[in-house]
Design a protein. Structure first.
Length: 488
């Protein structure tokens, strides 16, 4: 039986929540706004062992927000699929209890907390088992910032496979440079990625992060994101990929400006209306400041030290020259485009496809703390119940609080690099309809479902589909598919 994971809100309703849906094939976000009270720091195992009054304390606090744990039984059963027993009431209560504990932690879900709050939240997280599908967003954002910065004395970031360097546990081996680096945002083997991805990502990062941004020889390209109401996010990404190509070809550092989809109240401070609300900036703060300083000087424009989008034609931006410093790696790409059952092996836009993938991969290399929270919420809503069941199955009896977070070196230096758990394999299907009809002939929803069933017959191990769409009505149709186990 196929398990489908579907969003509850359409993309059109999620612009203010951000870009998360289309980035990862995830169109679902829901906002959790609960602050844990001191009472929640009661040792979790006491509640687990049967103190019903304390258990009620957890449940009452969890019910203050829009949580999985306070859904009605039928909805909870639908979310959990095979994970939830229909007969074991005690087990189901334990599942809800664990979900409540996770949901009350601002470490995973809150968008705003100060440093004074973090210590108490750490105590809260130590009272419950680790959530395999959630990330500690505060720690993750600090790590990402370090991995996105030059080291002392102009050394490259710690991009080797040994993660202990980030925590100050150094190996007596010189750091390798060049093609042997491992940009941490590139996952899998070289065969799992487009040709030369690791080399290209390393080179783009170096280009966008010079050691000394005050160097008088540096030149910049300052560009707003597209703001035309008719442009979706995909068009914005394609346009900015073109601007990055121009910057690379002209030996300029790309600096982005106003981003309309970050122009809302959840993007705070210097991140408001900026790409950095969702992902780390395309260049360093020093280079951004330098670019804006030059932009205020008419002589810098006249001397060509800085250019803007108006300096380039639409053709240069949208279908301009792909950087050739790496040769023509797109010629080695595995064809994956099929039209009417026939594989499209050669086409003239292969270079743009390869470059846009590289440019967007770079721009999205490190999620911001805000994006981390949104992704936690999306994963928790989609398969938090299944994750809780896995955790409970790992314990015959509930261990003491100290056993949850007795961190060893291998926990800290090796296992901490593990990505959040998601059910695998997971197929992402995006149903694009709506205003796209202005540009192309649309496929019916049934065609997408036929593709899903074709995948399932060819790969019977596939049990999870992440469905995204800008058409809310399609989710209603999807939920009516009798052959699928739904989670909405």
């Amino acid at each position: 039986m196929t398990r489908a994971v579907a969003p509850v809100q359409s993309v059109a309703q999620q612009w203010r929540a951000g870009l998360i849906g289309l980035f990862l094939g995830m169109c679902v976000t829901y906002l959790l706004q609960v602050t844990p009270s001191v009472n929640f720091l009661i040792p979790f195992n006491k509640v687990w062992d049967g103190d019903s009054s304390l258990r009620n304390s957890y449940s009452q606090q969890a019910s203050k927000g829009h949580k999985i744990s306070n859904f009605n039984d039928s909805h909870f059963q639908a979310l959990s699929g095979d994970a939830l027993s229909r007969d074991n009431v005690l087990e189901n209560e334990k599942l809800k209890l664990l979900l409540s504990a996770w949901e009350l932690s601002d470490i995973f879900f809150s968008k705003r907390y100060g440093a004074s709050t973090v210590k108490s939240l750490e105590s809260l997280s130590n009272a419950v088992p680790v959530a395999p599908h959630l990330e500690h967003c505060h720690k993750k954002s600090l790590l990402n910032e370090e991995l996105d910065s030059w080291g002392v004395n102009g050394t490259l970031p710690y991009w080797n496979l040994w993660k202990g360097e980030v925590y100050g546990l150094h190996m007596n081996v010189p750091m390798e440079t060049g093609s042997t680096l491992y940009p941490p945002w590139v996952e899998g083997s070289d065969e799992d990625n487009l040709p030369l991805t690791r080399q290209v990502q390393t080179d783009i990062w170096k280009h966008q992060h010079p050691c000394n941004c005050q160097n008088a020889s540096l030149r910049f390209l300052l560009a707003d994101w597209e703001t035309d109401p008719g442009f979706g996010m995909g068009a914005q990404f394609a346009s900015m990929a073109g601007m990055l190509a121009i910057a690379m070809n002209e030996q300029r550092i790309l600096v982005t400006k106003y981003y309309d989809r970050a122009d809302h109240e959840d993007c705070l401070g210097s991140n408001h209306a900026q790409w950095s609300c969702y992902f780390l900036s395309e260049t360093s703060e020093e280079c951004r400041n330098r670019a804006f300083s030059l932009a205020s000087q008419p002589s810098a424009w006249a001397d060509g030290l800085i250019t803007g989008k108006n300096n380039y034609t639409s053709k240069q931006i949208w279908v301009g020259k792909t950087p050739r410093k790496w040769g023509e790696p797109w010629k080695a790409m595995q064809p994956t485009t099929q039209i009417n059952g026939k594989m499209l092996i050669h086409h003239k836009a292969a270079d743009r496809r390869w470059w846009r993938a590289q440019a967007i991969r770079y721009l999205m290399r490190f999620p911001s703390k805000y994006t981390c929270f949104l992704l936690n919420e999306a994963r928790h809503k989609a398969f938090g119940v299944v994750a809780a069941k896995m955790v409970l199955d790992a314990y015959q009896t509930w261990p003491k609080e100290s056993q949850f977070h007795n961190e060893t070196d291998i926990d800290k230096f090796v296992w901490s690099a593990k990505k959040p758990w998601m059910p695998r394999p997971l197929v992402s299907i995006h149903v694009r309809q709506g205003d796209k009809a202005k540009e192309m002939e649309l496929f019916g929803f049934e065609d997408y479902m036929k593709l899903a069933q074709h995948l399932r017959r060819r790969f019977p191990e596939i049990r999870n589909i992440w469905l995204s769409t800008e058409m809310q009505v399609r989710l209603i149709v999807f939920n009516s598919c009798s052959e699928l186990t739904k989670s909405t």
